[in-house]
Design a protein around this ligand. Structure first.
Ligand code: MLT
Length: 439
């Protein structure tokens, strides 16, 4: 038994002096040296974060099959080399840092003015201003910082299925109850499936303080139309909710009826924060660069601008994106860089079309892929982790199990279109060999 102050125990002091009593109480068994309780919210999370868990299973499969040439269509990680114009701009910025004239230390936490201007004019022309744009090290990190700004009290709604960061950070912040076997208590799961064309029936959605919405959606690949986004913005406005709109794949949209930013919808500037990234546009998954837009018109119930608090978060918790990387971001938005970026997106979209056609030909129900780099393949009635394991076993291909994105993802797997052409074609060959025609 461990003892701490509060439990009476007689003892004799050293040197034969008077006996003293030490008060001690029984304490729970400790397994280390710390006397610090774990943040109980972390105990609510399920297993590991989705993608490291997939990497762990891939590694185990490779160890069991050392000769297997595994192809990853799992995590949406870009594979193609950086475009030359963009890489050269970063190389030049890095070389400049080695000179007195070119050296710079800390930059503005909100990002370099020229880059903020370029993002505003390229992606939000006339809709948002540069001072509403905050440059960062990526969307995922911004989502976590946005949650920090909200604190633990707000209620949250997410598309189901959706990018797991929305739910997991909500759990970490203490916005949810426990996992009930299907989902987390307290989260409003807005089911998106083939029956509703992957857009939630908002008449059945409970009011929450925050709504996370991703379009084109990761993982289903569905892009919301103007009419749907108008409905969503109206819903947020009626309920006085903040919409956190994840537009990380917006440039993959081909359908002219699907807006590339939520600010195309009138009134969105009073309810929506938008986050976006260079990761899937310019191959910056490892380079790291993104941005978040917080309109000045977005105000909390007490009238205070969300913009002020976001500025406080960024100036306190972030020291600005790397100056070298921001030079790369700026190059992305010059005419030559834009051309290279669009060529890269086109390449991955061709991959998506190849994968989609393959699964369709084999008789699967396939969604996404037209306006997004993800293909959402139905395996009705089969647990998606089992399908993931089966594809890995039979094809040496890593996919992502749909249930990893939420309860409504059960029965689906996601295939990512990020891969070299050679790997995509080899994956197609293996899929055909293993699954042939389904009906
Ligand atoms: C995904 O595979 O869902 C994403 O690429 C992961 C990410 O962007 O963090």
């Amino acid at each position: 038994m461990m003892l701490t102050a509060g439990h009476a125990l007689p003892t004799r002091a050293a040197c034969g002096r008077r006996a003293v009593r030490i008060n001690a109480v029984a304490a729970p068994e400790k397994s280390g040296v710390l006397n610090v309780n774990r943040n109980e919210n972390f105990g609510k999370l399920r297993a590991g974060y989705l993608f490291p868990e997939i990497a762990r299973r891939r590694k185990a499969h490779q160890e069991k099959n050392p000769d297997a040439k595994i192809i990853s269509l799992g995590i949406g990680d870009t594979t193609e080399p950086l475009p030359k114009y963009i890489a050269d701009a970063m190389a030049k910025a890095a070389a400049g840092l080695a000179t007195r004239e070119g050296y710079s230390g800390y930059g503005a936490e909100q990002g370099q003015g020229a880059l903020r201007e370029a993002v505003a004019s390229t992606f939000y022309s006339g809709l948002r201003t540069a001072d509403e744009i905050f440059i960062s090290d990526g969307s995922k990190c911004d989502i976590a910082r946005i949650q920090m700004m909200f604190g633990s009290k707000p209620t949250v709604a997410v598309q189901d299925p959706s990018y797991p960061v929305y739910v997991d950070t909500s759990v970490m912040m203490g916005m949810t109850g426990d996992h009930n076997g299907t989902g987390f208590d307290g989260i409003e799961y807005m089911v998106c499936n083939p029956d509703n064309a992957f857009f939630p029936d908002l008449s059945k959605v409970k009011r929450t303080d925050i709504i996370f919405f991703c379009s084109p959606n990761n993982p289903t690949g569905a892009a919301a139309t103007r009419a749907q986004l108008t409905e969503l913005v109206d819903f947020a406005r009626r309920n006085g909710s903040i919409l956190v709109y994840d537009a990380a794949y917006a440039l993959y949209i081909s359908n002219p009826d699907c807006p590339k930013t939520i600010y195309e919808i009138p009134g969105a500037e009073e309810v929506a924060i938008e986050t976006c990234s260079f990761s899937k546009y310019a191959g910056f998954t490892g380079v790291r660069l993104g941005w978040t837009v917080v309109p000045k018109a977005l105000k909390y119930a007490d009238g205070s601008p969300v913009h002020n608090d976001w500025n406080r978060v960024m100036t306190t918790c972030f020291n600005g994106a790397s100056n070298i990387v921001q030079a790369g971001g700026l190059a992305c938005l010059q005419p030559e860089g834009l051309k290279e970026m669009h060529a890269m997106i086109k390449f991955y979209k061709e991959n998506a079309a190849i994968l989609k056609a393959t699964f369709t030909e084999m008789g699967f129900k396939v969604y996404g892929g037209d306006d997004a780099p993800y293909i959402w393949v139905g395996f009705p009635g089969k647990p998606s982790w089992d399908v993931f394991a089966e594809i890995l076993e039979r094809c040496n291909i890593v996919t992502t199990p749909g249930s990893g994105f939420g309860p409504a993802g059960e029965g689906f797997v996601r295939a990512s279109a990020f891969g070299s052409r050679e790997n995509i074609l080899e994956a197609v060959r293996r899929f055909k060999e293993a699954y042939g025609k389904q009906n």
